[in-house]
Ligand binder design. Structure first.
Ligand code: ADP
Ligand code: GN1
Ligand code: MG
Length: 371
């Protein structure tokens, strides 16, 4: 739900911004939080920008715990960046504390708001406009994962339990099909069948984590291309954003989610499915960048399982979109009727294409095995 200008101005007053905001406008294309760009004019006449977000506290049930994670993770990253001679004000998210000294403002109507420094001179892309950007995003997400390898995982709150627990997502999906509260299952028969035919796949990564075949790491868990800022001058992935889901997970989740979104030749919500496919050149480029960014920290098994990470994250995301469609679109923001059904269809089309290209995907990943 969008807020009015008056409300937004009142909220902004709870943060120490320079002067009164000149403009506050909806910003970005995230599916979860309500994001606004706040522009202020400083005493010296220069503009200063901030990101103001109303956190989605229906989805993130413990906003306080979430912001504790964000503070701990951003402080940790800023220290590592400083040690490496980088600019912690630009290469990590910077939370602006509210006037009462908290990392968020809790309004009387129950909403939660937070503010970040705006990362200047960088862009978050909704599509791969240039393969080089996608490669650089891979290096940066891999590096992010590597930096967090020494982060105290036990201190993290689980902001969304079972976030990438695919069997659990499948169980919730089956329940949604059974209940069919909106009488929409009829419209999605083909997609429902598609998921059920892949029931066995859903367990693969969870089982490997449970058996220790692949390691549990601190991961981002939402690594789509628009969750990284690419420097406008250097083209490097300068700052990883959207840290709401940083939790223990698998590197294959991060890798896979990036492929799901960025290696798709079409948009996530494209209606014309003939435009959807898995671009193997982009797949290869991202794989190269991610392995490099992780700096040798991926195990042989993880490398072998990269294609499975890509396929399962895409299947899981499709399952989530379809579940939301069946349940009445209460989770992801939608901008048209059947938006979530369209999104689910692109994901399944992408999964099918990956299955057709499976041997090539494996060959690409296996180039990085050292043994
Ligand atoms: P959501 O969880 O809804 O995806 P994000 O935190 O990803 O929310 O923010 C939505 C969009 O806002 C991002 O994709 C990006 O374009 C922009 N954005 C978020 N934080 C910043 C920032 N600190 N500087 C510049 N742009 C940002
Ligand atoms: C959401 O927040 P955003 O728009 O970056 C979602 C991801 C999905 C993605 C699909 C917290 O990401 O898990 O993969 O949409 N984030 C959350 O585009 O559920
Ligand atoms: Mg986002």
């Amino acid at each position: 739900m969008r807020s009015g200008k008056e409300e937004l101005l009142r909220i902004t007053e709870h943060f120490p911004v320079d002067k009164e905001a000149e403009s506050i406008v909806p910003y970005g294309s995230g599916h979860i939080n309500d994001t606004y760009l706040v522009t202020c004019r400083r005493e010296d006449g220069k503009q200063k920008k901030y990101i103001l977000q109303r956190m989605n506290h229906k989805i993130f049930k413990d906003p306080q715990g979430l912001m504790e994670n964000v503070m701990n993770v951003t402080n940790f990253l800023q220290d590592r960046i400083r040690e490496a001679g980088g600019d912690p004000k630009r290469e990590a998210l910077n939370v602006i504390l509210s006037r009462d000294g908290r990392p968020y403002y809790h309004a009387a109507d129950g909403t939660y708001w937070r503010m970040y420094r705006f990362v200047e001179g960088a862009t978050s892309y909704d599509t791969v406009e240039n393969p080089e950007n996608f490669y650089e995003s891979a290096v940066a997400f891999g590096h992010f994962q590597k930096l967090l390898s020494s982060f105290p995982a036990a201190s993290l709150h689980e902001t969304i339990p079972d976030f990438h627990n695919t069997p659990d997502r499948l169980a919730k999906f089956k329940q949604a099909v059974k209940e069919d509260v909106c009488h929409r299952a009829e419209k999605a028969q083909e997609e429902i069948r598609f998921v059920l035919e892949r029931e066995k796949d859903c367990r693969v990564l969870c089982d490997m984590l449970a058996s220790g075949a692949i390691p549990l790491r601190v991961t981002h868990n939402d690594t789509k291309l628009n969750n990284i800022m690419i420097d406008d001058e250097t083209g490097k992935g300068i700052c990883v954003i959207d840290l709401d889901t940083v939790m223990p997970g698998s590197a294959l989740y991060d890798y896979g989610d990036s492929i799901r979104f960025g290696a798709n030749t079409g948009l996530e919500d494209e209606k014309d499915l003939s435009k959807i496919s898995c671009d193997l050149e982009l797949f290869a480029l991202y794989t190269k960048g991610y392995v490099q960014g992780c700096g040798g920290s991926l195990t042989e098994t993880e490398i072998r399982m990269l294609p499975m990470g890509a396929k399962l994250m895409t299947l899981e995301c499709g399952i989530r979109f379809l579940t939301d469609y069946l349940e009445g679109d209460h989770y992801f923001k939608i901008h048209r009727p059947e938006h979530n059904l369209d999104r689910a269809r692109t994901q399944f089309c992408m999964v099918k294409d990956m299955e057709n290209k499976w041997e090539q995907m494996k060959e690409i990943a296996e180039q990085y095995l050292t043994g």
